[in-house]
Design a protein around this ligand. Sequence first.
Ligand SMILES: [Zn+2]
Length: 305
Amino acid sequence: MAASAAGERRAALHGVNGTPAPFACRACSGERTAPRFVVGGFDLLRCADCGSLTTASCMAPAAAADFYGVRYFRGGDYHDYQASEGAIRANFRRFADRLAAIDAGGRLLEIGCAYGYFLAEARARWECDGVDVSPDIVDACRRRSGGRVWAGDVAALDLDRAAYRWVVAWDVVEHLDRPRACLARACELLVPGGRVAFTTGDVSSLAARALGSRWRLLTPPSHLTFFSRRGVRSLLADAGFVDVRLGTAGYARTFDFACYRLLGQSRYAVLARRLPALAAAMQRRSFYVNLGDIMFVTARKPDGH
Ligand SMILES: [Zn+2]
């Protein structure tokens, strides 16, 4: 982001005396939040009730549709999402296996389906629908794999209620301005006994606590909430879910993804320009890692609701 844009955003968030605007915890809605870290010019507030961190910044729906367009997946949080399709689909295949071990069959809705890589892996087991905030990405997803995919906010779209066996959202809830509204909507869309599943960083994990403000997932403003385990339990209980299960998720990552995130966009560009053969080789090779700092969460909508 340009320095002036960051300055404007900070100016909009801070009063004349530099005091952060009041922000409630996005995980549990607790109002006892206090500044904990400043990362990339953004204040991260810690919730005294659940220990989650909330970025003191908002993203309007129109801004999110633009922010999470093609540029986000090529030069944003990802160096080149589409070039890493093999590694990403391997992750999603494992996620689909984990869900199928609990409940296979029926309809499944993915929130934040991007280019449809998870839907492609899930289609053999469920009748799949997808939603993404970016119209450009939804167009690309439809061209690629067809199926029912809609652009917009899941809370506002006219979707079938009490229709889905699963509603899933991989690495999405931390990006949302209103994750509590999203989970309440997910509950509404599920059949009684249906389940929600999502992944998100765990700010209460050993790695996050050891690294403090240097934890790799503290990336505002794309990440707006850094959930603790207690925060996830509050989020789900308040949305009406029971039988909450918290595990961890490992990921296959290409070497170029790891290098891009370590070096940052501009330094990675210099490396790729000087050593193109190395950059191409890093894009083809991947490794598997589970640092225990990403949660794999499932929860059930009660029967008879
Ligand atoms: Zn909280």
